[in-house]
Design a protein around this ligand. Structure first.
Ligand code: BV8
Ligand code: ZN
Length: 247
């Protein structure tokens, strides 16, 4: 379903009037780059496992090699994909607003680096970073090469196993990224929500925080989501097709 011209016009007008924009993105943002959304990431070898089995400390404790293999495969696949027109439209929008003293702050739930590779320079990652692991013992950051290594590597400092540097279900979000995200939401005069079902907390509270402050929200999603009810405009389109049209 594509957006009608009136919806595009209303979304475009809200974005044109905004100087400081906060973009809140989810897995749908990267779908057209070839990265499956979270729920259907479980293809092939992983079809028999639920995300909660693989993206939890309990799953890691139960079978660290299985969990490591899933993230290694995702990191390997990430190297073969590129940002899509939606990522590029958001990077262009930031450059455009920075020229007049504003900007675009991306707050993403995604663990890929496609916003950065498209040229976005202000990105907060609420759920971590797939490209580089950390030590499960001393916290030392590994390298992107470590993330592509099998079998699971150990820390050169303390000998503990490296783990994916992502936030699993039941784990706290990184405090610094969360604080930056809240500041971005409070400072913006428009929020654009792209490609999220809006069900994972506490991230899902951010659009509600914006709406509560009276900040207008434009949502880009081919389907309705938990955000749609509080969005001023819902553009029923995909990130790569709709974002270039409204920014
Ligand atoms: C915490 C990293 C507390 C790992 C991820 C019951 C009720 C409410 C909350 C809870 C509950 N039980 C437990 C909780 C808390 C839990 C939670 O929210 N669970 C959910 C499932 C109910 N949250 C947590 O555990 C968080 N931590 O709460 O800690 C705490 C307190 C004290 C002490 C200790 C702890 C941690 C959550 C983070 C989990 N990690 N990712 C990895 O990637 O492997 S979450 C992961 O799934 C993603 O990061 C993302 O956030 C989420 C998936 O959501 P979406 O991004 O929205 O993707 P989804 O597939 O759902 O939707 C895609 C959307 O895109 C769809 O709407 C679709 O229509 C659209 N779309 C598709 N194609 C396109 C498109 N849009 C545009 N263009 C397209 N082309
Ligand atoms: Zn270590």
């Amino acid at each position: 379903m594509s957006a009608d011209s009136d919806t595009i016009a209303r979304a475009s007008a809200l974005i044109a009037d905004a100087r400081d924009i906060c973009v809140f993105s989810g897995a749908g943002m990267s779908a057209e780059s070839g990265i499956p959304t979270f729920r259907d990431a479980l293809t092939g070898l992983w079809a028999e496992h639920s995300p909660e089995d693989l993206a939890t400390p309990e799953g890691w404790a139960r079978d660290p090699d299985l969990v490591w293999g899933w993230y290694r495969d995702r990191a390997d696949r990430l190297r073969t994909v590129t940002p899509n027109a939606g990522h590029r439209a958001l990077a262009d929008l930031h450059r455009n607003r920075a020229a007049v003293g504003g900007g675009v702050h991306i707050v993403t739930q995604n663990v890929d680096d496609l916003h950065e590779r498209a040229g976005s320079t202000i990105v907060s990652h609420l759920h971590g970073d797939l490209t580089t692991p950390r030590c499960s013992g001393c916290g030392r950051r590994g390298s992107p090469t470590d993330m592509l290594t099998e079998p699971r590597p150990s820390c050169p400092l303390c000998g503990a196993s490296l783990r994916p540097d992502v936030v699993w279900f039941g784990e706290m979000l990184p405090g610094d990224q969360w604080a930056d995200a809240e500041r971005a939401v409070d400072a913006c005069d428009l929020m654009i929500v792209v490609g999220t079902s809006g069900v994972v907390h506490p991230a899902a509270m951010l659009p509600e925080r914006a709406a509560h402050a009276g900040t207008p929200i434009v949502e880009v999603n081919p389907d309705p989501s938990a955000v749609t009810a509080i969005a001023d405009v819902h553009v029923p389109g995909t990130a790569a097709a709709a974002l270039p049209r409204i920014t």
